[in-house]
Design a protein around this ligand. Sequence first.
Ligand code: ZN
Length: 305
Amino acid sequence: MREGAAGVTPGEADGDPLVQSRAVGKIRIHALDAGVARLDGGAMFGVVPRPLWERRIAPDERNRIPLALRCLLIEAPDALVLVDTGVGNKEDDKFLDIYGVENRGDPTRLEDAVRAAGFQPGDIDLVVLTHLHFDHAGGATRRRADGSVEPSFPGVPHVVQRGELAFSALRNERVRASYLPLNVEPITDAGLWQLVDGPAEVTRGVRVIPTPGHTPHHQSVLIESEGERACFLADLCPTTAHIPLPWIMGYDIEPLVTLESKREMWRRACDENWLLIFEHDPQVAWGRLDPAGKELIQEGGGDSG
Ligand SMILES: [Zn+2]
């Protein structure tokens, strides 16, 4: 793996921890390392000029920047909840090369991380998908040795916004590279979707909040216990470099909607002192906004949990 100018070498090569754990009130949460992907740096930063973004995350020789595939395991009082699932094991070598995916494990690094957190994949009671792009929903299904594809978490309800499932089926020219049918159809065939419309408490202490823009029905996940709050932002703000309001991905379907979603979420995050969790930041799992809502105050990695 080439080391970026900023010295960023995430993923399996450098011994990053599979799990970082901490408490939110009485709820324990685990940031799971489900591997690395690499996406075009220009596309990741939209209208931000390269001289500005490359100082934050250095690109490789193919102009790609390294991105974590960080999922969240939540020990809610009534359910063990997994938020997002990484890329999974179904894609071929060409795909893995284009997107620079590293997630080797048994069967993927995600399952290894679940075990490192002290659980088995079969212990998960509820899967929440922020949206259905392949780097979030890919691990919800898996390819078996005989080539067939099945749900990775059989019998487990999968929460997604109803509108996101409908949008993923459009597969128009602008979005179809991100929505792969094998990530969605086996869940549909098994009757595992738990569709929600708008904000919803999916289990005690865990709420989904619509944060549209990246996709029209993208959602973030808010954890609440004993007056403490943490928010898994997903692609509303994929890395800490995307905290400034206009730093918005070129991938976003509705960037001006992202802008307003982010403005509203940063207001709440400052007012209520949220811990923010970053799905794709190559180095930083979480932190809090400074009172002006402009930069991140990093916190320790929690404990080894
Ligand atoms: Zn993503």
